[in-house]
Design a protein around this ligand. Structure first.
Ligand SMILES: [Zn+2]
Length: 446
């Protein structure tokens, strides 16, 4: 980056409100747009006077001398937007959602090997008498032979506002080479389509779908949906990675819930290389718990925060799933996924710096209502007895201070400052001690 101070590039200074002020011009060589001059009104608010490009690969930014004083303003090249190059070759299928066929249940025999197919599964009927349809992507390997191949399930948005799993699925599917894929990957990028459209975690009856499994053929709407999803789609899985995030008002680390007493689920959790592994044998009513009852090897991955994309966590999850597929010899080797689009142009690493194993976890709750402040950063290890949060009244008086009851790690915590009595403060993972025997039925208090 050059930082030579120049005069204006012959631009009409009357275009902005600082026509008579002294200016300093800063040059960066990072972008090229010959002959282009840009001077929007908002630049006045930022004390920027104009921004222009010359015929070479330089960008000039004029700022008011009053704020830059005699010091040249160094333009950090990372502050200049660089659009990603959309890789259209990496798309999953030629079939657009509006053209995808529908069918009443997933029968993998009906799909062609060596091809990625997309289909809408008619799940349950809704108010107008039409179907609620679930989008399903089927990647059936050309290398399949015999009957004993894996059907690897990937599910996202079981909670309708938990979206990080969607680009994870797109990335994994676009990476697969169908000619060498052994087995079948079945991905459902949005399970709770009703909650997804309403920007809500829950299903249309206000219930948490992930507490309704195995569901019922006749019962509450959410139970019927869960039952239909299980019997029409998920029953064919041999493995599952269920992709979630924190719920609204809370933030999560990148962590895995898995039964660490099961050799397959332990291997899947470790191959994910998350920031934290939480030993949990599966809560009652959860999708993972029900699949575990059916001898399907399942883990849950929690990927950051709801209703947004988190590029670093998305990339870590993609790499983790590819490692697991490779471990089961479904793909020949771990190919590092490279993307410019899902990562939203951000620099990301492929693996977190370390994984912390927790033998159990539990939530810490407020006992009073008020304004909640939570202090430990996500993923941070906390000593027993350290103050971790306080609740103040609306006049700023401290009503409650919250202390950490055990040595642990901040798996996730409240972000919403408005707390009622009994609101969640922090999800503490208790660090596994050397030689500790993991409980058979590891559960949490949520
Ligand atoms: Zn969830």
């Amino acid at each position: 980056m050059k930082t030579t101070a120049l005069n204006s590039f012959g631009q009409d200074a009357s275009v902005n409100n600082h026509a008579n002020s002294n200016t300093t011009t800063i040059i960066s060589s990072d972008l090229a747009a010959p002959g282009y001059t840009y001077s929007p009104d908002y630049m006045d608010d930022r004390n920027l006077k104009s921004l222009s490009y010359d015929s070479s690969d330089t960008i000039a930014i004029e700022v008011n001398k009053s704020i830059s004083d005699n010091e040249p303003l160094l333009l950090d090249s990372t502050r200049i937007y660089k659009p990603p190059v959309l890789d259209k070759q990496s798309r999953i299928t030629d079939t657009f959602a509006t053209n995808a066929p529908s069918c009443d249940e997933l029968n993998l025999d009906e799909f062609e090997a060596g091809k990625v197919s997309v289909v809408w599964i008619n799940l349950v009927k809704q108010g107008l008498g039409d179907w609620i349809k679930i989008p399903v992507i089927i990647a059936k390997g050309l290398a399949n032979s015999g009957k004993n191949y894996n059907v690897f399930g990937l599910t996202a948005a079981m909670h309708g506002n938990e979206l990080n799993g969607i680009p994870v699925i797109h990335a994994v599917l676009s990476t697969l080479d169908l000619a060498t894929l052994y087995g079948t990957v079945v991905a459902i990028p949005c399970v709770n389509v009703v909650g997804f459209n309403a920007l809500l975690r829950e299903y249309m009856d206000g219930k948490d779908l992930n507490r309704q499994f195995p569901g019922a053929s006749s019962g509450m709407a959410s139970q019927v949906f869960a039952y239909a999803f299980l019997t029409k789609i998920a029953a064919s899985f041999t493995h599952l990675v269920d992709l979630h995030t924190a719920s609204c008002g809370r933030v999560n680390s990148f962590y895995v819930r898995a039964d660490m007493n099961g050799p397959d689920t332990k291997a899947m959790a470790e191959l994910m290389h998350p920031e934290i592994i939480l030993h949990n044998s599966g809560q009652e009513g959860t999708f993972r718990g029900e699949l575990t009852n059916r001898k399907i090897k399942a883990i849950t991955v929690e990927i950051g925060n709801p209703q947004r994309f988190h590029p670093q966590y998305i990339n870590w999850t993609v790499q983790g799933i590819l490692r697991i597929l490779s471990h089961y010899e479904m793909i020949p080797e771990v190919s590092q996924y490279q993307s410019t689009t899902i990562l939203l142009n951000q620099r990301v690493s492929n693996v977190p710096p370390h994984t912390i194993l927790c033998s159990k976890g539990f939530w810490i709750y407020t006992t009073v209502g008020g304004i909640l402040e939570v202090y430990p950063p996500i993923g941070c290890v906390i000593r027993k007895g350290n103050m971790i949060a306080c609740v103040k009244d609306i006049f700023g008086n401290i009503l409650e201070t919250v202390y950490c009851p055990e040595n642990g790690v901040n798996i996730g915590c409240a972000e919403n400052p408005v707390a009622f009595s009994g609101d969640r403060v922090l999800h503490l993972g208790v660090l596994m001690k050397p030689g500790e025997v993991l409980s058979k039925a590891g559960k949490e208090n949520y």
